[in-house]
Design a protein around this ligand. Structure first.
Ligand SMILES: C[S@@+](CC[C@H](N)C(=O)[O-])C[C@H]1O[C@@H](n2cnc3c(N)ncnc32)[C@H](O)[C@@H]1O
Length: 274
C-alpha cells in the first residue's frame, strides 16, 4: 500500500553490512527483489513510498483471529518485519506485545513512526538485527511470523525448525510464501513440497489464505509506479548505476508477472506439534 507522505533526501542506507555474511547479503537483496547486493544501499530509497512490503496483514489477522486465542499477555515475533506493517496492525488488533526485527535501520525508523501514529508504541518493540542471529536468542513467543522473507533462514524445513525454537509449546507459525500454480513450469516449491516440509519439521497446517491474483496485480502495479519513479530519480543522481536501477525495475516486474501466472501467494498458519 502506498504511503506518499514522506520523501526523505537521498542518502545511502545506514545498514551495517558487516552484520551480514556474503550469503546473507545475497539473500537480503533477493528478499527485496534485487539481484545484486550492490543494490542494497538504495533499497530504502526505492521503497520509501510503500509501507507493506510483502505480506498482507489482513490475512494474518484473519488467520490468528480464527485460530489463536490472543490476549494482551500474548507475545508475537515478526522476523524480517520490514517497515512494521504487520507488527503494527497486529498490536492494534490484538493489543498484544509485538517484537519486529529487520536489518535496515531506515525500515525500523519507519516502523517506530507508524507504531506511534497508530497509538501502539508501548506494545511494539523494533530492533535492528540479522534474523539469523535472532532465531537463536528469541524464545517463548505465542506466534512467530516470517512474512515474505524468502529463504533467508534456509530451506523451508530448516527454516521451520528455527522458527519453532522461538515458540512456546503449541505456538503458532505464520509463513507468507508461495507455491507453483498448476500448469506452470516454474521450478519453485509445489504445494506437495510444502506439505512434506511441514510433516518433516513437525508442524501441522491449521489454515491458509491464498492471495487473490487480481487484487495483488492492482497493488503491485500501483507499487511498481512508485518504484519506477524513485528508480528514475536515482538514475539522475547516479547515472553510472543506471543499469542497476533498470535491472531492479525489471526484476520487480518479473516478480509481479510470476505472481500473476506461475506462483500462488499463500499465508500458512502452522502449529508446532513436536
Ligand atoms: C519482502 S520484505 C517483507 C517485509 C515484511 N515482512 C512485510 O511483509 O511487510 C523482506 C524483509 O526481510 C528483511 N530481511 C532480509 N534478510 C534479513 C536478515 N538477514 N535479517 C533481518 N532482516 C532481513 C528485509 O530487510 C525486508 O524488510
Amino acid at each position: 500500500m502506498a504511503d506518499e507522505n514522506r520523501t526523505p533526501e537521498y542518502n545511502d542506507s545506514r545498514i551495517d553490512r558487516t552484520l551480514l555474511s556474503p550469503e546473507a547479503e545475497q539473500k537480503l537483496a533477493a528478499s527485496l527483489t534485487a539481484e545484486l547486493p550492490e543494490a542494497i544501499p538504495y533499497l530504502p530509497y526505492l521503497l520509501q513510498d510503500l509501507w507493506e512490503l510483502g505480506s498482507n496483514p489482513r490475512h494474518i489477522i484473519e488467520l490468528l483471529s480464527e485460530h489463536a486465542a490472543l490476549s494482551s499477555d500474548s507475545r508475537i515475533l515478526d522476523l524480517g518485519c520490514g517497515k512494521g506493517a504487520v507488527s503494527v496492525m497486529l498490536a492494534e488488533k490484538f493489543r498484544c506485545r509485538v517484537k519486529g526485527i529487520d536489518i535496515f535501520p531506515e525500515f525500523i525508523d519507519y516502523a517506530l513512526v507508524k507504531a506511534a501514529e497508530h497509538g501502539v508504541s508501548e506494545l511494539c518493540e523494533f530492533v535492528i538485527d540479522d534474523i539469523n542471529h535472532a532465531v537463536s536468542s528469541e524464545k517463548d513467543y505465542d506466534v512467530v511470523i516470517l512474512g515474505a522473507v524468502g529463504d533467508v533462514l534456509g530451506k523451508p524445513d530448516a527454516t521451520i525448525e528455527k522458527l519453532k525454537n522461538t515458540l512456546k509449546p503449541s505456538g503458532f507459525i505464520i509463513i507468507d510464501d508461495g507455491y507453483v500454480a498448476e500448469g506452470s513450469d516454474s521450478t519453485y516449491h509445489s504445494r506437495k513440497d510444502w506439505m512434506l516440509f511441514f510433516v518433516k519439521s513437525g508442524v501441522m497446517l491449521i489454515d491458509e489464505i491464498t492471495s487473490d491474483s487480481e487484487e495483488m496485480a492492482k497493488i503491485n502495479s500501483c507499487n511498481q509506479e512508485h518504484i519506477i519513479r524513485r528508480a528514475n530519480e536515482l538514475k539522475l543522481l547516479h547515472p553510472d548505476k543506471s543499469d542497476l536501477f533498470d535491472k531492479y525495475i525489471q526484476n520487480q516486474q518479473a516478480e509481479c508477472d510470476q505472481l500473476k501466472h506461475d506462483i500462488i501467494g499463500v499465508t500458512w498458519l502452522l502449529q508446532s506439534v513436536t
